[in-house]
Design a protein around this ligand. Structure first.
Ligand code: NAD
Ligand code: MG
Length: 386
């Protein structure tokens, strides 16, 4: 039996994770759940999965949640203390890090320090503090399993191989809803159009990141740390059908890819049950249903965010953390109607230009760089606001 703490249980990844848990009660048990604002769904999850700890983001929501959970044997907590208690619960074997954004940093660090294995969905953790997290993973002897579909594909494609034999990692990208939109048209796209992803159903922030292709930029940085490969060895291919989830090319010219129907339950289940595989209910893949799988290089002039991510990781030090913070603010501002779609890249670029990168020696220093990036990006967004 594996005991899980699921951080971000009411989100897209959290809900899919709980579907896997519900399908395999003989394998998985929920020790702790944590969520942000959706109290109704959270209370239903607590009733169904009976965690010992339930942590809600805002301490102000604790009384309401307690009332909704009256009669249940659960400790309701709030704020960062609650999140950390959920991440470090004594009986927990594995923490599913599925909070969105840099908010995932502190609880994931606490989980590693208390010896928990991590199923990592929160890519912002490795983007902002990759070197610190990979050092902590080694120091505390825990295992880190990728949940992101591309990284799960790479993880599955490198099993049994020496990392020195890898010549290239090829991340695939659907290209999002604006793959065939011209640069001129991009200036006029709406929030609703940007939220309409062709292949994946996800949270709002990552859906916008997919439309700008910042998501792929974050994933390049995530792959750089997870698999310890220099960024020069990471390529991005647009593959609109989202059937090949990523590939690894070896020095002998052989390429190993992982394929499947696009459904996050598959990579989530692999992270939870590794090295075994469990049934997920994901629709089996029938390649004869496809008239063709296509691939091409991304247009970096159109998807400016992807270019910014490559330059952030090349500059290194605090630049990726600042880029990530600026992206979170810019996406939020776009979703609230403050700035236009193309201004997301503008806010990030101007924030990065204003930043003098410096070494980050601790999570505290990462959080300071994150805060600096947020403040700067907020000022720039306000200046641009329509
Ligand atoms: P989401 O917005 O659907 O869910 C986020 C969850 O985190 C919710 O439960 C929310 O209540 C909680 N949360 C947010 N801020 C919080 C805070 N400050 N404290 C406590 N809880 C908080 O997001 P998602 O799409 O599930 O994505 C989660 C993470 O997984 C992101 O980092 C994303 O990039 C990554 N990811 C998602 C997918 C996907 O298919 N959705 C795929 C790959 C990677
Ligand atoms: Mg992904």
């Amino acid at each position: 039996m594996k005991n899980l703490s699921i951080l971000g249980s009411t989100g897209s990844i959290g809900v899919s994770t709980l579907e896997i848990v519900a399908a395999h009660p003989d394998r998985f048990q929920v020790a702790a759940l944590s969520a942000g604002r959706n109290l109704e769904l959270f209370a239903r999850q607590i009733r169904q999965f009976e965690p010992r700890i339930a942590a809600v983001a805002s301490p102000g929501d604790v009384p309401a949640l307690k009332e909704m959970c009256a009669g249940l044997n659960v400790e309701v907590m709030g704020g960062i203390e609650g999140l950390i208690a959920a991440a470090t619960a004594a009986e927990t074997d594995m923490v599913v890090a599925a909070i969105v954004g840099a908010a995932g940093l502190v609880p994931t660090a606490a989980a590693i320090r208390s010896g928990k294995d991590i199923a990592l969905a929160n890519k912002e953790t490795l983007v902002t503090a990759g070197h610190l997290f990979m050092n902590m993973i080694a120091k505390y002897g825990v295992r880190l399993y990728p949940v992101d579909s591309e990284h799960s594909a790479i993880f599955q494609s490198i099993e049994g191989h020496r990392s020195s034999d890898i010549s290239k990692i090829i991340l695939t990208a659907s290209g999002g809803p604006f793959l065939n939109t011209t640069v001129e048209q991009l200036g006029r796209v709406t929030v609703r159009e940007a939220l309409n992803h062709p292949n994946w159903s996800m949270g709002r922030k990552i859906t916008i990141d997919s439309a700008t292709m910042m998501n792929k930029g974050l994933e390049v940085i995530e792959a750089r740390w997870l698999f310890d490969v220099p960024v020069e060895k990471i390529d991005v291919n647009i593959h609109p059908q989202s059937i090949i989830h990523s590939m690894v090319e070896y020095v002998d010219g052989c390429v190993i890819a992982q394929l499947g129907t696009p459904d996050m339950k598959a990579p989530i289940a692999y992270a939870l049950s590794y090295p075994e595989r469990v049934a997920t209910g994901v629709k089996p893949l029938d390649l004869t249903e496809f008239s063709g799988l296509t691939f091409h290089k991304p247009d970096l002039n159109k998807f400016h965010c992807l270019k910014l991510a490559f330059s952030a990781i090349s500059e290194g030090e605090s630049m990726p953390a600042v880029m990530n913070a600026a992206n979170e603010i810019a996406v939020e501002s776009f979703l609230e109607g403050g700035i236009s779609f193309v201004q997301i890249a503008e806010v990030i670029e101007r924030t990065m230009t204003a930043h003098q990168p410096h070494k980050l020696n601790s999570i505290e220093e990462v959080l300071l760089a994150d805060q600096w990036g947020r403040n700067k990006a907020r000022d720039i967004s306000k200046g641009l606001a329509r």
